[in-house]
Design a protein around this ligand. Sequence first.
Ligand SMILES: Nc1ncnc2c1ncn2[C@@H]1O[C@H](COP(=O)(O)OP(=O)(O)OP(=O)(O)O)[C@@H](O)[C@H]1O
Length: 311
Amino acid sequence: MSDELSNDAVVESREEIVATDTEQHPSAGAERAAAALAGVAPEPGVAKPDAILVADDVSKSFGGVRAVRVDHLEVQRGTITALIGPNGAGKSTFFNLVSGFDKPDSGTWSFDGTDISGAPAYRIARRGMVRTFQLTKALMRLTVLENVMLGATEQRGERMLAAPLRWVWKGQEDDVEEKARALVERFRLSHMAHEFAGICSGGQRKLLEMARAMMVDPAMIMLDEPMAGVNPALVQSLLGHIQRLRDEGTTIVLVEHDMDVIMSISDWIVVFAEGAVIAEGRPDDIRTNEKVIEAYLGKRRALPTAQENDA
Ligand SMILES: Nc1ncnc2c1ncn2[C@@H]1O[C@H](COP(=O)(O)OP(=O)(O)OP(=O)(O)O)[C@@H](O)[C@H]1O
């Protein structure tokens, strides 16, 4: 058995009970989200009763490719909202634009009522909107605990580090470490706290990324493919963590390719195709939406059929 599988298996066995529980009973958070979205029509660009993120006319081209052209999009507070769509549909680019990691050609967007269009990522994070990102090579040489602690310094550390009164910073550092330890425990990584992050399995890395993002107590967390590279045995555990964050009131926006995951976890789904939002709705609305089926099957239809292959 590889290290990766055995590491994931340890985490899985610790969390089996929680994962099973969230699977069988809709949580209070899921019920709240469903109630909030109950009267919302499944239409692209539809208004939400309490939108935490509102984007207007956001566009971005790369050379001749119009990667994103979103007319209007609202994300309801306290929900798990998934962005889906075929490869190259513009999901990641939209993610990067609204979280301040890339600059749009045009567009405005607000978070919690404040215009944050074009603001850099660290300012957006300070306002409470944080995205996870993958471990860089440098971060792999730090321990799991150090990585989580960095979640705080990335957002607010530069001013603190420059402070002439080192003891002021020291006090903060103790708080930061205490918080990081609590998050490491919450995400079931205590047994890895002093190991290099580089030896974490795929699933443990995803947990670490979430723990790091949670250091700033975000109101909204954006997860980029949280299940990519994760041993299937750990998927339920990760889903449990994401659902619990939503149940505690954190808004979750995620980009994910695994349709089973999307359909089981999402309160609301936004479908991208060729840069634009072509559909929105609850999982049941999306499953049967003709435009969505066409967007996904369009490419497959273009492939030769079995008869064409035989000819
Ligand atoms: N840095 C870049 N330079 C040039 N083209 C880019 C760049 N980033 C994205 N694109 C193009 O923009 C379009 C949208 O890409 P994007 O990665 O946002 O789609 P996606 O829906 O996230 O796809 P996937 O699911 O495959 O990750 C694609 O045509 C892609 O090739």
